[in-house]
Ligand binder design. Structure first.
Ligand code: AMP
Ligand code: MG
Length: 337
């Protein structure tokens, strides 16, 4: 995937440091997302090698963990579709094992084995809905009856196999979490203790931003502004899954990119779910799962997933949240300039 150089290094001038703006900021585009890497304070005099390392790793993740790119996951899917087993890298095997576990914990609401459905709906394309119409009930039913779901793959000593031809694995619901965790590890290994990785609003903080905590605004999925802001603890991740970024409209119905694996149809009851968690991967999977869960199930599913800080906005824009999230949400508007 091509990276695009956008925002560049911002020198730390005293005034902006005092205002707790990060000292260094670097932006690039990868996995269809604008990524910002922020390093605080006087962490380093030369951030360029850190930024280059993060960008290279995220580009590699975009290639290898995106089903419709030309890296490892595409090779794995091709092998399974042809009835062959596949020897996965340690990273891929580790991520698949975590995905299987998170899928089980969510009762199948999070299921990266539904790539064929994602493709049928056109959500694998950079601009979903260009085909114009949703698939038919028959097409969806045929897929649901076929070889689909992460339960259809087995994983032993990095050997991935399936009892049928497929399924098509799509790690799109978890890859950003993995990418953000990896970026954090790289920065930490390079001696950086205070930084934030922001992958299009899905982010993870490390240390502090000067004298203050790193802070994230929770976007209002039905409006322009934010619902509030949260001060993040060191190491904490904030991930949002929503119906407002990737969707298409057909005959006045909005079809967004999170699909309920039980029905094969995009979720319509939920506008967004934001999850705070200790790791990007778990928060990313949980936000996708809780999009699917719906009004009756989201609290119990959050508990099963071990996520205690959750905010949910339903399709009509009503906001609900766990007590822990409510205790953290501040009504302070976030200054973004
Ligand atoms: P996210 O924005 O993290 O919720 O990820 C959404 C992406 O995950 C979609 O664009 C699909 O590629 C994929 N996806 C859609 N529905 C599901 C699901 N129920 N479980 C796992 N991944 C999904
Ligand atoms: Mg997700």
């Amino acid at each position: 995937m091509m990276a695009r150089w956008t925002v560049l290094l911002v020198a730390c001038v005293l005034a902006s440091c005092e205002a707790d703006r990060p000292a260094w900021q670097y932006g690039f585009s990868v996995m269809g997302t604008e990524v910002s890497v922020l390093i605080a304070g006087a962490e380093t005099r030369d951030p360029a090698p850190h930024f280059a390392a993060v960008e290279a790793r995220l580009e590699q993740i975009g290639r290898d963990f995106y089903a419709w790119a030309d890296g490892e996951l595409a090779d794995l899917n091709r092998a399974l579709a042809e009835g062959r087993s596949f020897q996965a890298s340690a990273d891929m095997a580790g991520l698949l094992a975590q995905a299987q576990n998170l899928s089980r914990l969510s009762g199948g609401a999070f299921d990266p084995g539904i790539g064929a459905l994602v493709e049928l709906w056109g959500f694998h394309q950079p601009r979903p809905g260009v085909a114009g119409t949703p698939p038919t009930d028959e097409q969806i039913a045929a897929l649901l009856e076929g070889c689909i779901g992460i339960v259809r793959i087995s994983l032993r000593s990095r050997q991935v196999a399936s009892d049928c031809r497929g399924p098509l694995i799509d790690l799109g619901g978890i890859a950003k979490g993995f990418a953000v965790d990896e970026a954090m590890s790289l920065l930490r290994a390079g001696g950086i203790a205070n930084a934030m990785i922001d992958a299009g609003g899905d982010l993870r903080a490390m240390g502090r931003n000067g004298r203050r905590a790193w802070r994230v605004g929770i976007q209002d999925p039905r409006g322009e502004g934010v619902l509030g802001s949260i001060a993040l603890a060191s190491g904490e991740a904030a991930f949002t899954s929503g119906d407002y970024a990737r969707y298409f409209t057909h005959e006045e119905v909005r079809y967004a990119h999170v699909i309920d694996p039980a029905t094969g149809y995009p979720v319509t009851h939920t506008a967004s779910v934001t999850v705070l968690g200790g790791r990007g991967i778990a928060a990313d999977a949980a936000s996708t799962a809780l999009m699917v869960a719906g009004p009756e199930q989201w609290r119990s599913m959050a508990e099963r997933l071990g996520t205690r800080a959750v905010l949910r906005v339903d399709a009509e824009g009503s906001v609900d949240m766990t007590r822990i999230f409510g205790g953290r949400l501040e009504a302070v508007p976030v200054v973004t300039d």
